[in-house]
Structures are given as structure tokens and as C-alpha cells.
Design a protein around this ligand. Structure first.
Ligand SMILES: [Zn+2]
Ligand SMILES: [Zn+2]
Length: 392
């Protein structure tokens, strides 16, 4: 097909206020596709049914293409028409403006991460595994044979800045070249060198170890991993009340305080992917809770936020359980059949309801996709010692 297809403008940048209003009727973007026959089609994405959205936009475009037809009254046939045309420029154009949630959800749902080895001495997985969810959104995982915590790291590009959440569990750039990896992603993306903003989901050593790789480098803003630096940077004057925004240039992140697992925890919401990054506050595994009531409040705060904003995935920073909900033994360097990293808004809602039902007295809560484990005074002391040693 030799038609030329294009957008007469890119995805409309949506402010949080617009976003909420638009999402009231499930529309999250109005994009116009212009075909060679000058048909301009408003393109409204639906959050939970992108194929239906695609059908609605594709039908009038297809109808102006000679020798092609589509029955816009039949979703099935229209969908087939799109499938047939999967290699056409039309579909490429349509794909390029698909809501990120569609592709991201599939990638995240299907992704099986490297999960360590029974023989780390002879394993040769890369120190950092990279998942390119889209050209501007990456999830990295430190290999379990490099460090048993195997934390996840998030790298999100805006037009002027790239956001890096956490720096992993190993300081040595020879064993864990995180800074170089981020620079490689920047180079891969091309264009003007963005500023690099490094923040932490919280200030445990398995999320801050490679800070020194970034500290003092040109174009890098590193929020030092302590309460004073973090609160001052984001302007939290009444911690843990309030929220802050991070402007990456055309991409805005919302910062939500989440103390409980650790005093300086924050969650990040990305309105471009609809990801809620929850750090160690929620992931598929054993959630150790230092301050029970702060944690309950934090999860309630997140659940409230999630009820008012679309959530495509709840993404934490570890995997510690199998797909069948079995926790791996602490210190496991080999985790076959891992649970999926991506949790859902429903998982968050279930956690919140369980915590509220549990009341103010700490108790273990076993859920299908996470286990809440309040830590006692002895463990807190031990944790403090490990932290001072940079272990945890
Ligand atoms: Zn932690
Ligand atoms: Zn951690």
C-alpha cells in the first residue's frame, strides 16, 4: 500500500485535571489521524478496550482506502481487517499512537525475568536485565547472582529529563554498571542529552547502593537518600501529607509519600503509562513493615489515589514469591517460576481492605499475591545494624 499516513499532531498532553475529566467517559486522548484522502479522524482511546477504540478509528480510515473494505458495524470483521493489514502503514501508524497500556500490559504480563541460578558461579546472565516497555519506559532488574535482592529499577524518559528510580544493591560499577546502562539507554534514544534525575523508592541499601556512580556526574541530579534531602527536594513540609510533581518535559510523575516499610518511602505515579511504582511497599513477596500504622495509612492513601486515577500496573521493586503464591526462602539466589512483577489496582485495594480490617495492632496478613509481615523490635534493631552496614 502506498498511501501515506500520519498524524496531524501527536498525542495531546493531558493535564491531571483534564485526565480525570476525560477518563470519566473512558477517553484518554484525542488524536487525529489524517489519511492520504484527507480524512481526519478523532481518535479516542478507551482504557480497557483498545481494540474497540482502534476499530472505531480504523473503520472510517479504511473506508477511504480503495480495494479495502471494513464493516464498521461488525467489531469482529473490523478487527479482522486490522489483523490482515498488520504490516501496512496504517497499522503502524495506529500502533504508534496506541495507548501505552495495551502494549505495556502484554509485555508485563508475558515477561519472565531472569531469576538467578542454582549455580551462580557458572551463570552468565547479564548483571542488569533490561525490558524496553516502550521507547521511553524501561524496567531494569539487577541479576540475582550479582545480588540476592535482585531489585527492579525504573527508567522513564520525558522530553528534557530521564527519571531513574533507585540505583540497585551493588556499588561496584564493574559488577553492576548502572550509570553506563542508563547512558546507553540515553544514547539509544538519541537526541539531546537529557538531565538525569535519580530518586529512591526508599532509603534501604538495596535501592541506593550505586548512587556514587551518578553522584557528581554532569547533568545528574541525585536526591541524596535521607529524609531531609528528599523532603526538601520535593517540598514536603508536612510529611507524609501532600503530593509532589516531577516534570520530565511532557511527562509528569506524581510523588506520594508511603512511609511504613521504611520512613522515607515514596510511590511514583506515571500518568503516561498509568504505572504506580510502589517500591518495597507492595510487590509480589514478603512485605516487611517497620511502622504498622504508617504503613496502613500509606496504603490507604495509595488506594484512594488509585481509585481516582487509572492504574495499568502496580509495580514494586522485588519478586519474592512464585506464581502459585509460595514465598521463596530468604536469601534465595534461584527463583524458578516467579510470580509476575506487575500487580494490579485490585491487588492494592485488597491489601488496603485487609489492613483496615486488621486494625491498629500489627499482624501478619497472607494474601494471594503478597504477604504482609510486620517486624518486631528485635528485627528492627537488627535491620538498623544491617542498614548501617549498607546491607539492607
Ligand atoms: Zn526496603
Ligand atoms: Zn528492597
Amino acid at each position: 500500500m502506498d498511501s501515506t499516513w500520519g498524524r496531524n499532531r501527536g498525542p495531546k498532553r493531558i493535564t491531571p485535571a483534564d485526565d480525570r475529566a476525560n477518563r470519566a467517559d473512558d477517553a484518554i486522548a484525542d488524536i487525529h489521524l489524517t489519511s492520504h484522502c484527507r480524512t481526519t479522524v478523532p481518535f479516542y482511546f478507551r482504557l480497557n478496550d483498545w481494540s474497540e477504540s482502534l476499530r472505531r478509528v480504523a473503520a472510517p480510515i479504511l473506508s477511504c482506502v480503495p480495494s479495502r473494505s471494513t464493516d464498521s458495524a461488525s467489531p469482529r470483521e473490523s478487527h479482522l481487517a486490522l489483523d490482515i493489514r498488520v504490516k501496512s502503514r496504517l497499522f503502524a501508524a495506529a500502533l504508534s499512537v496506541l495507548p501505552i497500556q495495551a502494549g505495556a500490559a502484554n509485555l508485563l504480563a508475558e515477561k519472565a525475568w531472569n531469576h538467578g541460578s542454582a549455580d551462580c558461579a557458572n551463570a552468565n546472565n547479564p548483571a542488569i536485565e533490561i525490558l524496553e516497555v516502550d521507547a521511553a519506559s524501561y524496567i531494569l532488574r539487577q541479576d540475582k547472582c550479582v545480588h540476592v535482592e535482585a531489585p527492579f529499577i525504573y527508567v522513564l524518559f520525558g522530553e528534557t529529563s530521564v527519571f531513574v528510580q533507585d540505583t540497585g544493591a551493588t556499588a561496584d560499577p564493574g559488577r553492576f554498571p548502572l550509570y553506563d546502562t542508563v547512558q546507553a539507554l540515553i544514547a539509544r534514544r538519541g537526541g539531546k542529552q537529557p538531565r538525569i534525575l535519580v530518586t529512591h523508592s526508599h532509603n534501604h541499601g538495596d535501592h541506593t547502593a550505586a548512587d556514587a556512580q551518578f553522584r557528581g556526574k554532569p547533568g545528574v541530579t541525585l536526591i541524596e537518600p535521607n529524609a531531609a534531602a528528599m523532603r526538601a527536594y520535593f517540598g514536603f513540609s508536612d510529611w507524609p501529607a501532600g503530593q509532589a510533581l516531577i516534570d520530565l518535559g511532557g511527562r509528569t510523575l506524581t510523588v506520594i509519600p508511603t512511609p511504613g516499610h521504611q520512613d522515607d518511602g515514596i510511590a511514583i505515579y506515571d500518568a503516561q503509562t498509568d504505572w504506580l511504582l510502589t517500591g518495597d511497599s507492595l510487590y509480589p513477596g514478603r512485605l516487611t513493615i517497620k511502622n504498622w500504622n504508617e504503613y496502613r495509612s500509606s496504603i490507604a492513601r495509595l488506594a484512594q489515589f488509585a481509585s481516582a486515577n487509572p492504574i495499568s500496573a502496580v509495580l514494586g521493586t522485588h519478586i519474592e514469591m512464585s506464581r502459585t503464591g509460595q514465598l521463596y526462602p530468604p536469601g534465595s539466589r534461584f527463583q524458578p517460576d516467579e510470580a509476575n512483577l506487575a500487580l494490579t489496582g485490585e491487588d492494592l485495594s485488597i491489601l488496603n481492605a485487609s489492613l483496615q480490617a486488621a486494625g491498629t495492632k500489627p499482624k501478619e496478613i497472607v494474601l494471594a499475591r503478597a504477604v504482609v509481615a510486620p517486624i518486631g523490635a528485635t528485627q528492627r534493631v537488627l535491620g538498623g545494624i544491617l542498614k548501617s552496614l549498607g546491607v539492607r
